[in-house]
Ligand binder design. Structure first.
Ligand SMILES: Cc1ncc(CN)c(N)n1
Length: 219
């Protein structure tokens, strides 16, 4: 294992408590058990839809800032996959008569703004580390749901999307590309990557917690 691969493996170990809190969150457990209240699920659909719409703008920024042509093309391909994520939410909303015209909650807005700032102002590895954390979080959470779900029912489209071979390959590409970009980087850059990875993982936890509580603006 190269030095930078080992560094990323160390980050995953450091982030394990966040990951465990995420995949064991009541939202995820109840989703897998088929006992999640429909209004909680609907709240997730509405807020994640807004988040993915912002993520698509973030992808655009990162395409412009990609350090080489190979990375740029992989990000362009992923933008098409993100575009399809939006379709899943729109289809579900149409089928269930759910409005997607809602205000973002503080956590949704804060998380999206944090990611936009990383894409616009951060170093490219820092941005990529956050992307890896966010996408790996979804891969691992939805894989947990897939493994435990008694009846996937309405959730099947999301389970398939975030556990598909294409999505697994994208998450692996993020890790491998980040490891390549980190070869020979100074300690302060590694530290920025570490902070971006851990902060993004914490936001992922917060997102599940926010939708479970249906937590909006207090005033
Ligand atoms: C909060 C969040 N994180 C990640 C993903 C997967 N693109 C998502 N849809 N929403």
């Amino acid at each position: 294992m190269s030095g930078s691969h080992a560094y990323l493996a160390g980050l995953l170990t450091e982030a394990r408590p966040i990951w465990e809190a995420m995949v064991r969150h009541p939202f995820v457990r109840e989703l897998a058990a088929g006992t999640l209240a429909p209004e909680r699920f609907a709240f997730w659909v509405q807020q994640d839809y807004l988040f993915v719409r912002e993520a698509l703008k973030i992808r655009g920024l990162s395409i412009a800032r990609a350090p080489d042509e190979g990375i740029r093309r992989a990000l362009i391909d992923n933008a098409a996959a993100l575009r399809r994520e939006l379709d899943l939410f729109e289809e579900y909303a149409r089928e269930h008569g759910l409005s997607l015209e809602v205000e973002p909650t503080p956590v949704c807005l804060g998380y999206a703004a944090y990611r936009q700032a990383a894409a616009a102002l951060g170093s490219f590895p820092e941005f990529l580390a956050g992307t890896w954390a966010a996408e790996k979080a979804y891969l691992d959470t939805w894989s947990t749901v897939k493994g435990a779900a008694r009846s996937a029912g309405d959730y099947q489209r999301w389970i398939e999307n975030w556990t598909s071979p294409g999505f697994v390959a994208w998450v692996e590409w993020l890790e491998t590309t980040l490891a390549r970009l980190l070869e020979g980087q100074p300690a302060h850059e590694l530290e920025r990557v570490r902070a971006a990875f851990l902060t993004t993982a914490r936001f992922e936890y917060l997102f599940w917690d926010m939708v479970y509580r249906r937590e909006s603006w207090p005033v």
